[in-house]
Design a protein around this ligand. Structure first.
Ligand SMILES: Cc1cc2nc3c(=O)[nH]c(=O)nc-3n(C[C@H](O)[C@H](O)[C@H](O)COP(=O)(O)O)c2cc1C
Length: 416
């Protein structure tokens, strides 16, 4: 009976355990989680989502305070086009977080950064360029381009000295998205070093419409595999989404995948960034408690726990402090929904907005509980304690369970 440990992921001369823990914004896939996964010989991800606010919390900077101070005058204004990021501060925040993570990493595994390209930050090209290049400057091992695949992203780094030495990968959910990317990037004569193929059962934003349930990860992986073979392209494929046990992972590795990307099982590990009480919500969730909805202003469906405070919340848009989803004209669909409800309920102290959510503020405060489809199985991965709560896991325990388990078994942690 094969185990994940019978396989290895090769990046040049580097040999890794073929387990990649996916990026989870905002600071859910923490530096601590990524460092631990790298120590265990795999690939961990930090996330570049909203790094100025993450830096404030972690490294005692004042980026959010400074921004709010500068744009306080605009809070009552429905037009947010004036609210811009200071590119120097974005660079500094990225540098702080990446260098902190890389300095703490030992020699065994790798740490990549998940770059949420859908964070358009009221100047998509300029802010993305700074984020990508600062991560390279600060020594990141690799960059995974995610959510909203910006077809020109490689070109934004093309003249960076580390463009050909850092590992650069993309996340796609269809053969078509991959083909578009390869066509657009042919000019840079640089192929991605890996392709994460993310299916419809993943957490976070989905690369599908609301008809996500019609799709299936294995079918998409097979299609992409056949295409790469036909084109004689030797690029490691990394399936993601719903790979819950070591045996699930082996079934992909055995048929040619180079590694697997997983996330959900790590959301209840101590090193993960979710507050401990939120981890208990993940543990307790049943299948009916999870939905894919369209409340994200990005326009992508997102999977989350139905009970999360972000759904229906009618808070004032927090763009003067955050503003990561403002498009190049300073618009965000939550602002429109919020203004509509304010106009419909004149004088109301509290309003509810059902169709969109203020994703920046709620992700920042861990009030948007995005999760993978199999979150309802997390309760089977630990012990229920006398008070009804569940014992938290360690990243090492979850990683080793993926690495060494057979027969679809899930090892429970030592109880305390
Ligand atoms: C809580 C959570 C947050 C996530 N956030 C992101 C993100 O910010 N960017 C991204 O590309 N993928 C994100 N994902 C997707 C994961 O990186 C990963 O590809 C996927 O969830 C793997 O499937 P699994 O959760 O079933 O193991 C997130 C997943 C979870 C569970």
């Amino acid at each position: 009976m094969k185990r994940v440990d019978d396989f290895r992921l090769h990046f040049g001369k580097q040999e890794l355990v073929p387990i990649m823990v996916g990026g989870m914004g905002v600071d859910i896939s923490t530096a601590e989680l990524a460092i631990e996964v790298a120590r265990l010989g795999g690939v961990g991800h930090i996330s570049d989502a909203m790094l100025p606010t993450v830096a404030d919390r972690r490294y005692d900077t004042d980026f959010v305070k400074d921004k709010l101070q500068q744009y306080k005058y605009n809070i009552e204004n429905t037009n947010k086009s004036a609210v811009k990021f200071d590119l120097g501060q974005v660079a500094e925040a990225t540098h702080l977080h990446v260098s902190h993570s890389m300095e703490a990493k030992g020699s065994s595994g790798m740490i990549f950064i998940n770059c949420m390209e859908k964070l358009t930050m009221n100047a998509p090209r300029e802010t993305l360029t700074v984020r990508l290049r600062s991560a390279l400057d600060a020594g990141i091992d690799g960059i995974t381009l995610a959510a909203g695949l910006h077809l020109g992203s490689f070109a934004l780094m093309e003249d960076h000295p580390r463009f050909r030495d850092a590992k650069l990968g993309i996340i796609v959910s269809s053969l078509r998205a991959l083909q578009l990317f390869l066509r657009k990037n042919a000019r840079t004569s640089r192929l991605p070093d890996y392709i994460v193929v993310e299916g419809p059962l993943a957490g976070g934003h989905l690369g599908f419409g609301m008809d996500w349930a019609k799709y299936d990860l294995r079918t998409i992986v097979n299609e992409i595999q056949q295409y790469l073979q036909a084109e004689h392209l030797d690029i490691p494929l990394i399936p993601a989404g719903g790979i819950f046990t070591g045996s699930d992972a082996v079934s992909f590795l055995d048929t040619g995948a180079a590694a697997v990307q997983v996330a959900t099982r790590f959301t209840v590990a101590q090193e993960c960034g979710l507050p401990k009480d939120v981890m208990q919500e993940y543990f307790k969730a049943s299948e009916e408690d999870i939905e894919v909805n369209s409340v994200s202003p990005t326009g992508y469906p997102m999977r989350m726990l139905k009970s999360c405070p972000a759904i229906g919340s009618g808070i004032r848009p927090g763009c003067e402090s955050y503003g990561y989803l403002l498009d190049s004209s300073g618009n965000c669909s939550y602002i429109d929904s919020y203004n509509r409800e304010v106009a419909a309920h004149p004088g109301a102290k509290k309003i509810s907005v059902m169709d969109k959510t203020c994703l920046c503020t709620h992700m920042r405060n861990f009030k948007c509980w995005t999760c993978g489809h199999y979150t309802y199985r997390l309760k089977d991965t630990s012990h229920k304690l006398a008070d009804g709560s569940y014992q938290l896991l360690t990243a090492e325990h979850v990683f080793h369970d993926y690495q060494f388990s057979t027969d679809n078994k899930i090892a429970l942690p030592e109880s305390f």
